[in-house]
Design a protein around this ligand. Structure first.
Ligand SMILES: *[C@@H]1O[C@H](CO)[C@@H](O)[C@H](O)[C@H]1NC(C)=O
Ligand SMILES: *[C@@H]1O[C@H](CO)[C@@H](O)[C@H](O)[C@H]1NC(C)=O
Ligand SMILES: *[C@@H]1O[C@H](CO)[C@@H](O)[C@H](O)[C@H]1NC(C)=O
Ligand SMILES: *[C@@H]1O[C@H](CO)[C@@H](O)[C@H](O)[C@H]1NC(C)=O
Length: 185
């Protein structure tokens, strides 16, 4: 009965309110890559201002498709913020780039929307990331679809890219998980 009531309550709450209940926010700390990483060049992206907004341009160095390109993602946590990152069991196993984008792309689209934050458009039918230079502007991390409970501290997503089964690059996105600043309405 309790379970049922909770379900009804949850279903009855508009998404906006649920979102307001996530008690943390995530702020960009850094974006790094192994030297000569492919297939993305992120060297012209900057984190700007107190709010660490991601801005600038990035380059997709060649057409990326499902057949030749794969990605895996590992997630690390560092509660003490001392650089001692621990792997947490939320890894995304290696899979085709398009399969990945179809399954997890909404995490990216929560933060980066075509026409608003970027001019990169990925057609999920033909499923190609076209080679080119694209802008990113005013990008912050939107945690609306992240787990309800997150360890405070540093969080690091490590994406490893493969072309024809050979590792070609590795990218780290480090963010800070902090108590959400209370908002008064
Ligand atoms: C990426 O993060 C991993 C795990 O913390 C670390 O071992 C590696 O040195 C980092 N690489 C870069 C380029 O920052
Ligand atoms: C943001 O990036 C764009 C390029 O996409 C650049 O023209 C603009 O000056 C940047 N803004 C800041 C505040 O750095
Ligand atoms: C997406 O790709 C499919 C298959 O190649 C194509 O038929 C369709 O027109 C494309 N859609 C857009 C919006 O480009
Ligand atoms: C940046 O995004 C925030 C919401 O994330 C929005 O309130 C603000 O108006 C945007 N600023 C610009 C210059 O687009």
């Amino acid at each position: 009965m309790l379970k049922y009531t909770v379900l009804v309550l949850l279903v009855g709450i508009p998404k906006l309110l649920l979102q307001a209940q996530v008690s943390y926010e995530a702020i960009f700390v850094s974006l790094t890559s192994e030297e000569n990483s492919k297939p993305f060049d992120l060297s012209n992206l900057r984190l700007i201002g107190r709010e660490r907004i991601l801005n600038g341009t990035f380059e997709v160095l060649e057409d990326l498709d499902e057949e030749h390109f794969q990605i895996s993602v590992e997630i690390y946590s560092n509660a003490a913020r001392d650089g001692n990152f621990k792997l947490i069991p939320l890894s995304i196993p290696r899979q085709g780039l398009c399969t990945f984008f179809k399954k997890y792309g909404f995490y990216l689209r929560d933060c980066i929307k075509n026409g608003i934050n970027t001019d990169l458009y990925v057609n999920t039918t033909s499923c190609l990331f076209p080679k080119g230079k694209y802008y990113l502007k005013n990008v912050t991390i939107n945690v609306q679809n992240w787990p309800i409970i997150m360890q405070r501290g540093l969080c690091r997503h490590v994406g490893t890219l493969y072309k024809d089964d050979v590792q070609i690059g590795s990218y780290n996105i480090t963010s800070s998980i902090e108590d959400r600043a209370p908002k008064y309405y």
